[in-house]
Design a protein around this ligand. Structure first.
Ligand SMILES: Cc1ncc(C[n+]2csc(CCOP(=O)(O)OP(=O)(O)O)c2C)c(N)n1
Ligand SMILES: [Mg+2]
Length: 572
């Protein structure tokens, strides 16, 4: 059967199980766009900026576990994808980016809208391809998907010259992919697993640090089994949030720069760190030389390159978290560890993380808490970057798997809104809230149009502090309060929403917070709330850059307990 290059790509997408493509057209990808209507099973969602296509595909992939696909034209279309591809790369998200390229005979001639996108994205893709040969195109697409989704997932880019999209050739869907030199290892080494089990069984003060790898591999039950059998406290990284129920008695919240005091103290005092699917990012470790000084470290990760990269590791186990934990759990003895858990509970009482002080102004933490209350902890939360992101991490309690969708590694402002779009497309029956900053929201505000056109009922909470708040916080703490280039005006967000067709309200009183969230939930469609919050509120606790985890700063003002009756018995 002879097909065009465009048809071959579409056939392959269908065979790979793709249902949605987030994209934006242009000249060099037009033959492919002209072919898409022949494949109605491939839903195309027209974004308003290619960056949003990449973020939406990324969030779609995070919530579904499938590969997300984004599509752009050559030149500026392709370069607009770059931030989104980098975001997916740093958070290990399987995304396929398809870009148009100038015709093969024009490559290297600085043709109109020609850019070397494979060169540009080489360091931010797991692999990328310039498809110069139509006869091997099907193999290339199959390979790109295989690379993106297997092992440690990540983005792959496929650059399609215009004439390759048009050229006809025989189509054979390759039966399998066999890449010499790329053989992801799923099963951990039995001897190392045995060593790990012995260390765990002997440990007096063990902690588990759970990362996004647990979400990717779906190792929730296995993690819970390990924690419960051996009575080990579970601490998560930022992207490990939602890998272990936060109302569980063994959950001690997040570690790192804005982690709970007790999580950071536990890591500092522990004699064994069991790190699962996490990569010892500097925001998680604090000062590396002072990280877990009394502990042996077991590191379970699917990517061998992560072992020993940032911290010394005593027992490396390269493999998939679910597979490795399943084997490990069979060698774990039941234990009590009452004393150690009691110690953590004492630290939790001394350094509570759930308190929200009384304040005349609306506190952003309170907004997040109310969203938690009203959604009963059941929503998928996407975030911007900055204080809003940290409050969404700290004050919403994630009991169900994979509900926290945020740009961790790259810290990409502008992620929240397109990510909410992608999440809602991937999980249409779930409630999706985008908790955003006024700065972050303005970075991809144009996607309100996509949300309306596609009828995506996402709920938006802007924590409007009139600042690039996290940067202002650093200026306050480390630059003698010189607030340069951080005070920020915005448009009237409610009017902007209305102009796009998204109803919304502004909230300026504490008493209106709950009713506004209820109103958003009751509305059958997208809804925006502009919360005018205390402008100079800070995120605490905070481990300042370069400090050890145990040296965290706490909220200096006197705290009183608000809504204490609603606090879970345990949890962050
Ligand atoms: C694209 C991008 N540019 C700059 C930054 C640096 N940065 C980190 S947080 C932040 C402030 C974010 O402001 P806002 O979205 O209003 O959130 P807030 O901290 O006020 O909650 C900035 C500028 C970034 N993370 N991403
Ligand atoms: Mg702000």
């Amino acid at each position: 059967m002879k097909l065009t290059g465009s048809q071959i790509v579409c056939e392959c997408l269908v065979k790979e199980g793709v249902e949605v493509i987030f994209g934006f057209p242009g000249g060099q990808i037009l033959p492919f766009y002209d072919t898409l209507p022949q494949y109605p099973q491939l839903r195309h969602i027209l974004v308003r900026h290619e960056q949003a296509a990449a973020h939406a595909a990324d969030a779609y992939a995070r919530v579904t576990g499938k590969v997300g696909v984004c599509l752009a034209t050559s030149g500026p279309g392709a370069t607009n994808l770059v931030t989104g591809i980098a975001t997916a790369y740093l958070d290990s998200v399987p995304v396929i980016a398809i870009t148009g390229q100038v015709g093969r005979s024009f490559i290297g001639k600085d043709a109109f809208q020609e850019i070397d996108i494979t060169g540009i994205t080489l360091p931010i893709t797991k692999h990328n391809y310039l498809a110069m040969d139509t006869s091997t195109l099907a193999q290339t697409v199959r390979e790109a998907f295989f690379v993106a989704r297997t092992g440690r997932p990540g983005p792959a880019l496929l650059d399609l010259p215009r004439d390759v999209q048009i050229e006809q050739t025989d189509f054979h869907y390759p039966a399998k992919v066999d890449l010499s030199g790329y053989k992801p290892v799923l099963e951990g080494h039995p001897a190392q697993i045995k060593r790990a089990a012995r260390l765990i069984n002997e440990a007096k003060r063990p902690v588990i640090i759970s990362g996004r790898g647990v979400n990717i591999s779906g190792a929730y039950d296995e993690l819970k089994k390990l924690a419960e059998t051996a009575q080990i406290p579970v601490i998560t990284t930022l992207l490990g949030i939602s890998t272990f129920p936060e109302s569980h008695v063994l959950s001690y919240g997040m570690l790192g720069m804005h982690g709970t005091g007790y999580a950071n103290m536990a890591v500092n005092e522990s004699d064994l760190v069991i790190a699962i699917g996490m990569r010892f990012d500097d925001r998680a470790t604090g000062k590396v030389s002072a990280f877990a000084p009394k502990a042996s470290i077991i590191h379970i990760d699917i990517d061998a390159a992560e072992i020993g990269k940032n911290v010394r590791v005593d027992v490396p186990i390269v493999g998939d978290a679910k597979v490795v934990l399943d084997v490990l759990n069979r060698q774990i003895a039941a234990a009590k560890r009452t004393e150690w858990l009691h110690q953590l509970d004492t630290w939790r009482k001394e350094h509570p993380a759930t308190v929200i002080r009384d304040c005349a102004e609306i506190l952003p933490q309170y907004v997040v808490r109310k969203i938690y209350d009203i959604t009963r902890g059941d929503a998928i939360i996407t975030t911007g970057v900055g204080q809003n992101q940290m409050w969404a991490a700290q004050h919403y309690w994630y009991d169900k798997p994979n509900r926290f969708i945020s740009s961790g590694g790259l810290g990409t402002m502008g992620y929240g809104l397109p990510a909410a779009m992608g999440a809602k497309v991937g999980r249409p029956d779930e409630t999706v809230w985008c908790i955003d900053g006024d700065g972050s929201f303005q970075m991809n505000i144009q996607e309100l149009a996509t949300i309306v056109q596609e009828k995506l009922a996402v709920k938006i909470a802007i924590l409007n502090n009139g600042y690039l708040g996290m940067v202002r916080q650093w200026q306050q703490l480390f630059y003698a309060k010189r607030y340069f280039a951080t005070p920020l005006t915005g448009p009237d967000f409610v009017k902007i929403g209305e102009a796009y067709g998204v109803p919304g309200i502004r909230v300026m009183q504490m008493s209106e917070v709950g009713p506004a969230i209820e109103q958003a939930m009751a509305y059958d469609g997208p809804f925006l709330i502009d919360f005018i919050v205390e402008p100079e509120e800070n995120v605490y606790p905070m481990v300042v850059p370069g400090a050890a985890l145990a040296e965290f700063l706490e909220e200096p003002k006197k705290q009183t307990l608000k809504d204490s009756a609603k606090l879970p018995v345990s949890g962050i």
